[in-house]
Design a protein around this ligand. Structure first.
Ligand SMILES: [Zn+2]
Ligand SMILES: [Zn+2]
Length: 376
C-alpha cells in the first residue's frame, strides 16, 4: 500500500517523469505509417493481403507511394525458402517505382511529387572499401536488402508488394517522367543486373556477345548489348524464341539443341551473359568462348560446374556479377531514359500474383510481370 501511494505521490510531484513516457508512446503510435501489402505468412502459404507498419519518415528518409512493382524470380525463391530460411511474414518486391509523398528535413536530392524508384538495396554500411567505391551491393559489412532482411536497427524490411515504402535518401533513385512507369520498374533489378556486368567488362562495339536465356534478365541483356554496340546472339534451347529474340534487336539466334548450329559458333564469342538459373551444361557454353573470353553468370543455378580443361584450353574465365551499386543504377536509369529503353512487361492485378508465379515458373511471360499497385 505504501509503495502504491508512493508511486502516485511521485507521479503528482514529478509530472515530467510520466509525461515524457506518455509523449514517447504517443509519438510512436502516431508516427508509424500504416501500410497495406501482400505477404507470405509461411513458406507453405500463398501471398495474401497483410497490413503492417513502416517507420515514420526520418530526417534523411524519403517516403514513396508505390505505383508499380516488378515480379522477380527471386521473389518466388525467397517466399519458398529455396535459398535460405527467410523472415516471415514476407512482403516481396524489389523493383519499385512510384511518387514521393514526403521527404525528411535533411533530404537534399529529392522533392515531394517527383517520381522515384527503389531496387534490391535499402541500406549498407557506407564506410567500407566497397561502399566508398559505389559498390554497395558488395558491402563488406553486408548490405540491407529491400525485403527478407533485418535493417540496421534490427527491424525486418518489407518490399514493394505494398502501397508505401520509406527509404534513406542514398538508396532512392531518380526516375524519368519520359518512360512508361510500369515498364521502368523491372530496370531496378533485371535492368541493373544485366547492365552492370556489361559495363564492367566494357562490352560494346567490336565484341560478339551471346545471351543465354530469354527471360526477365536475358531480354534486358539483349537490349543493353545491342545499345552498347555489340553483335548480339541469343542462345536458346527453344527454336520458337527466334522471332522474339530478333524483335528485341538480337542479330543472331542459335538453338543449342542443334549440334550443327552449336558447332558453327565454337570459339567465337568474346562474352557470354548467362542468365539461366536452372542447372545447365556450362562446358558447352564455355566452348563457345574465344580465347580470353569470359562467361558472366547472373543467374543462380545450384552450382557452376565446368571441367578445368574447358578453361585452360583458351585462358577462359567464368565470372559472376550481382545487381549493381546505387550510382551505377542511376546511370543505367539515365541511360534508359536517353535511349528509350524499358522492360517488356505484362501488367497484372495483385490478386493474380500466385497464378503469375505459376506462369513465370514455366517461362510463360514476356518478359516481366509488373504489379499494378492500384489493385492492392
Ligand atoms: Zn530481382
Ligand atoms: Zn559497406
Amino acid at each position: 500500500m505504501f509503495e502504491f501511494c508512493n508511486q502516485w505521490f511521485e507521479l503528482f510531484n514529478r509530472p515530467q517523469a510520466y509525461t515524457h513516457t506518455f509523449v514517447k508512446i504517443k509519438h510512436l503510435l502516431k508516427t508509424m505509417i500504416q501500410t497495406k501489402g501482400y505477404a507470405a505468412q509461411t513458406p507453405e502459404t500463398d501471398l495474401a493481403p497483410w497490413n503492417f507498419e513502416r517507420r515514420e519518415v526520418g530526417p534523411h528518409d524519403v517516403q514513396i507511394e508505390i505505383q508499380f512493382c516488378g515480379v522477380c524470380h527471386s521473389d518466388l525463391h525467397q517466399i519458398k525458402n529455396d535459398w535460405f530460411p527467410g523472415l516471415f511474414p514476407m512482403v516481396p518486391g524489389h523493383e519499385i517505382v512510384g511518387r514521393i509523398v514526403k521527404v525528411g528535413d535533411h533530404v537534399k536530392n529529392f522533392k515531394e511529387g517527383e517520381l522515384a524508384g527503389v531496387g534490391c538495396l535499402v541500406d549498407s554500411c557506407q564506410v567500407c572499401e566497397n561502399c566508398k567505391n559505389d559498390l554497395e551491393q558488395y558491402c563488406l559489412d553486408g548490405n540491407t536488402q529491400t525485403y527478407n532482411n533485418n535493417d540496421r536497427q534490427g527491424v525486418p524490411t518489407y518490399g514493394g508488394y505494398s502501397n508505401s515504402i520509406v527509404v534513406r535518401e542514398e538508396f532512392v533513385l531518380h526516375i524519368s517522367e519520359k518512360l512508361d512507369l510500369a515498364a521502368t520498374a523491372p530496370l531496378l533489378c533485371a535492368g541493373i543486373t544485366t547492365y552492370s556486368p556489361l559495363r564492367h567488362w566494357k562490352v560494346g562495339k567490336g565484341h560478339k556477345l551471346a545471351v543465354v536465356g530469354l527471360g526477365g534478365l536475358g531480354h534486358m541483356g539483349v537490349k543493353f548489348g545491342v545499345a552498347f554496340g555489340a553483335e548480339v546472339t541469343v542462345l536458346s534451347t527453344s527454336a520458337s524464341k527466334e522471332e522474339a529474340a530478333k524483335e528485341l534487336g538480337a542479330h543472331h539466334f542459335i538453338v543449342t539443341k542443334d549440334a550443327a548450329q552449336v558447332e558453327a559458333v565454337k570459339n567465337t564469342f568474346d562474352f557470354i551473359l548467362d542468365t539461366v538459373s536452372a542447372d545447365h551444361d556450362m562446358n558447352m557454353y564455355v566452348s563457345l568462348l574465344k580465347t580470353d573470353g569470359t562467361l558472366i553468370g547472373v543467374g543462380v543455378p545450384s552450382q557452376y560446374a565446368v571441367h578445368p580443361f574447358a578453361l585452360l584450353g583458351g585462358r577462359k574465365s567464368i565470372a559472376g556479377s550481382g545487381i549493381g551499386g546505387i550510382k551505377e543504377t542511376q546511370e543505367m536509369l539515365d541511360f534508359c531514359a536517353e535511349h528509350n529503353i524499358v522492360s517488356d512487361i505484362e501488367l497484372i492485378d495483385i490478386k493474380d500474383i500466385t497464378a503469375s508465379y505459376e506462369r513465370m515458373e514455366k517461362g510463360d511471360v514476356r518478359y516481366r510481370f509488373v504489379i499494378d499497385i492500384a489493385t492492392l
